[in-house]
Design a binder for this molecule. Sequence first.
Ligand code: NDP
Length: 240
Amino acid sequence: MSRVAIVTGGTRGIGEAISLALRDMGYTVAANYAGNAEKAKIFTDETGIPAYQWDVGDHQACLDGCAKVAADLGPIEVVVNNAGITRDGVLMKMSFEDWTDVMRVNLGGCFNMCKATFASMRDRNWGRVVNIGSINGQAGQYGQVNYAAAKSGIHGFTKALAQEGARYGITVNAVAPGYIDTDMVAAVPPQVLEKIVARVPVGRLGHAHEIARGVAFLCSEDAGFVTGSTLSINGGQHMY
Ligand code: NDP
């Protein structure tokens, strides 16, 4: 029986590449998404990977969604917390909703998904959790106090949970991408993006599959001695 993996936000962007990489490793993959059903359908039609809609910021929805995945595919042993949103703006213009939405989805989603799956990993004495952080959680970014705080929180969450999981064979790691050519980055104004790319030593945006390869390693059997780590994949933009 192959191990069952769930990838949040797993039907497009970086998450789609992660879903495919885990599938190629032999895992049985479920991909969660928020609401873009059209893209999710195309994804499932093309890959055969089932897609499950729920909001990772909703605690009960995560419990119910993971129970459904487990009933359909088997006990979940690999969780990739990839779903994320941005609601950018300088502090003076950022609404309270922009703050809470980003904290609820990006950081709250990690808590909710780990609550929903940790017992099943602990019961098997084996598990892999990978949380997708960000270069902007490590270095900060103008206009992103909400996103930087949530992503920075993910790095602390990762180190704390790694300590709790270690005795049960559960590793918990983070991957911190730099700027990757997905829809999220397409929303950045071109003149801002040009300045960002000028600061990347390798001189380009990253590709989703380059993040996925790192995630796949951390989810593999071989990575059992790696826990509480952050793998930065950012073209050298922030050497942390
Ligand atoms: P995209 O915006 O391209 O895709 C986001 C994915 O997350 C979609 O599948 C979306 O679902 C899903 N999602 C959003 N909100 C929720 C929610 N509440 N519940 C469940 N699923 C949700 O993002 P990227 O692929 O660019 O980013 C993936 C991750 O990588 C994010 O955590 C992001 O913060 C992080 N990251 C990205 C970087 C980049 O340069 N792109 C850089 C650093 C970090 P749906 O399709 O239904 O909308």
